[in-house]
Design a protein around this ligand. Sequence first.
Ligand code: AHG
Ligand code: MN
Ligand code: MN
Length: 337
Amino acid sequence: MSLQITLTQFIINQQRLLDDATGDFTLLLNDIAVACKRISHAVNRGAITGKLGSANSENVQGETQKQLDIITNDIMVGSLEWTGHLAGMVSEEIDDIIAIPAQYPKGKYLALFDPLDGSSNIDVNLTVGTIFSILKGQEGHDAKLDDFLQQGSKQVCAGFVLYGPSTMMILTTGHGVNGFTLDQDIGEFVLTHENMTVPEDTSEFAINMSNQQFWEQPVQRYIDECMQGAKGVREKPFNMRWVASMVADAYRILTRGGIFLYPLDRRNPDKPGKLRLMYEANPIGFIIEQAGGACSTGRERMLDVCPCALHQRVPVILGSKNEVDRIDAYHRQYDLG
Ligand code: AHG
Ligand code: MN
Ligand code: MN
């Protein structure tokens, strides 16, 4: 009888390939999995718990928080602060670095997360998710701002969990991308999608068209050309999808290809795009690159961006490699006049 490989078994198998692995990372990932199972349960209960709807508060980005934004943040923090594997945490929902309480030991890793991505979709019962990124900090020390401000290329691991028709974790530790489905009966994530890859070409794009008037010319040009269909320069029809949960759009791209854009927006010069670098763009960008796709700001590879703030926003263009390359080229041509 062949048993499916559990997430824990998969990580331990990977750990055995490394001479200097201590097992700390395996334990940390296990704790993240537990947190995400708790979130999956909380999200799945929906209106039964009376916790849908707004919390009538704002986060550091000035966005109105949902009750579940706060609940899922508390689940992440409560599930990870005691473990002894972390030197600090950063969350979309908390302004400053989340310190490890004095009564717990501090470890060498840093966790950054968006506890509930796509939370505007929660009240309409569409797919939402949790995004996480793991960096290395300084062992035994309270993490400082500088410890967190590392390029995305330094990530040790990144993942996201989808709370959709099934709960899934998509994970990379820098050796490809694998997908695990939560088997609710045994309470474990099991390996269901081995070595996920993003096709290099696509004829499907994802963008919030209602922002069109605020885009720059290179993005206007790219989307115009897609919309022209078979009679235009692309000589093929394009399809459009927009879930408004980046995790769901990213998962679709990991399964059948596509391109996702949340581009620079001219509305507010202090807000160059909507998505946050450290816990949205970098982890998803790392996963997409590891699956053979690409991720860019239009002017720079996402994982090369040097962060200057915890909640920094960036323009995001990710997905099938040839389309990302094309959009980058449109930006270069535009910048050269
Ligand atoms: P969050 O719910 O964590 O604030 O993130 C939502 C993000 C992202 O998941 C999605 O792609 C995008 O915002 C949707 O934005 P619009 O509502 O502007 O389409
Ligand atoms: Mn988000
Ligand atoms: Mn969020």
